[in-house]
Every structure is written in C-alpha cells, then in structure tokens.
Design a protein around this ligand. Structure first.
Ligand code: BTN
Length: 242
C-alpha cells in the first residue's frame, strides 16, 4: 500500500465546479500548497484551449496547487506528465504508455489523461489532472480511452491519487534539483509519442507540419519543416501521423 507523501495537503470534495477553480479560490485566500484538491465529480470541468472536460464519477479529477513563479510553470507540466504516466504504468504493467506534447498521456495510442496548467496567483500554479480510470468520452477529436477498457479493471480514484501524489513528489524533486533541461527532458522524451516522425501542429494562427525533432531547453516543441527551418512551438495541439 502506497503512503500519502509527507507534508502534502489534501482536500476532498464530493462535487465541485472545477478543482482548478477551487485551487484559484484557495490561492486567493492565501493557501500556498503543496496541496492536492480532488473531487468525485466536477460540474464545470475544463480542458485545454477552452474545451470542456466531462467529469462523471469513476474517473480521477485532481489539482495540485503549488507555489511556483510563472517562468517555471510550463516545465512542471512535464513533471506532471511523467507522474501520470508512472501512475498508469503501475496499474497497467506492460501496456503502451506514451506522452504526447505538451501534456497528454496516451494508452495504446489513445488519450487516457489530460493536464491543464493555470496560473492562479502571482506565485501559484494549479496543475489540473484528469485520468480516465473507469470510462472515457466518445466522439472526441483525438480518440480517448480508459484504463479499465484496456486492462479490464482500474483502481479507485483515491488509490490512483495516492500513487500520483507520490510520483509527483519524485518528479518535482528531479525538476527542483536539476531543472527541466538536465532533469526532466530526457525522461520525458524517452516516453514521447511521435518523436522523429512527421506531425501536424495546430496553432492559434493555423497549421504547420514537420518532423518532431525534440524539446528545447524550456520544453518548446522543435519542429523541422520541409523547407529545413527549425520552428519552436510553445502552444499547439499535436496530431500524428500526417
Ligand atoms: C486537457 O487535456 O484538455 C486537460 C484536461 C484537464 C482536466 C482536469 S480534471 C481536474 C482539473 N479540473 C479541471 O477543471 N480540469 C482539470
């Protein structure tokens, strides 16, 4: 049985609008973290780029509230991705778990978890994590899956959160001691989906295709276009193969 990490707070809710929104409220009230906020269901769960995150009972909806200033925030999304991947692997040994830039986790090539980073105060970051343990939405643009559909069983949300909280502490410590470029980047790339392959990125201003070459010092995606130019992508949706 995994222990809850020492010195890390936990607030549980039966039903809430969004655990990221609760992190924002708590930060405004002076909460500094580290604190996990978890709910059995969310009534206004949100995803990246203004999308809705369907949040019915059975899956994990949790937010880590951490005291960190903005330049480093995006880097912590990679620590969270690694922690989520470890959590999935520990419940699906041998399954194909991969990380999709910037913050998705794939199981058998389909999205099993998503991460939403939001600055919720000058030095406060909410790292919202949704893991499809029991079920997944249908008809999503990028195909989704649930742990239970792949393995036949899934842990409860409480059990999954305890594993996640432990793995988060471990990867946060790697980031704190070595930084992104020397600590997290290699581990993240070792699990990356699509590296070295042709991908499509959807940016705010349109689409751009190219070969996913790797990650820059700060986590930006490096895309080699067919004209030879190396582009730094800092925000996009990724699709593959093209
Ligand atoms: C994405 O892939 O679009 C990110 C999804 C993030 C969902 C989680 S569930 C817990 C937290 N609260 C929210 O409202 N969103 C995040």
């Amino acid at each position: 049985m995994t222990d809850w990490p020492r010195g890390v707070g936990l607030r549980r809710y039966d039903s809430i609008d969004s655990t990221n929104e609760e992190a924002r409220r708590l930060a405004a009230a002076g909460e500094q973290g580290p604190l996990w906020i978890v709910a059995r269901e969310q009534t206004k769960g949100r995803g990246r780029r203004g999308r809705t995150w369907v949040s019915n009972i059975g899956n994990l909806f949790a937010t880590m509230l951490v005291n960190v200033s903005p330049p480093a925030s995006a880097e912590l999304g990679f620590a969270a991705g690694l922690a989520v991947a470890d959590t999935i692997v520990s419940n699906a040994p041998g399954a194909a778990v991969a990380l999709k830039w910037p913050n998705d986790v794939l199981l058998d090539g389909k999205k099993v978890a998503g991460i939403l980073l939001e600055a919720v105060g000058a030095d406060a970051l909410a790292i919202g994590i949704g893991i499809n343990l029991d079920h997944c939405p249908e008809g999503t643009e990028f195909p989704a899956t649930a742990l239970k559909s792949v393995t036949g069983s899934a842990p409860g949300a409480g059990e999954a959160l305890t594993i996640l909280a432990g793995r988060w502490c471990a990867w946060y410590e790697v980031w704190r001691s070595k930084g992104f470029a020397h600590g997290l980047r290699e581990s993240w790339l070792a699990r990356a989906a699509g590296q070295g392959r042709q991908i499509r990125t959807r940016l705010h201003e349109g689409e751009m295709d190219g070969v996913f070459e790797g990650l820059d010092e700060d986590g930006a995606l490096l895309l080699r276009r067919s004209d030879g130019a190396l582009m730094r992508i800092t925000a996009a949706d990724v699709f593959f193969p093209v």
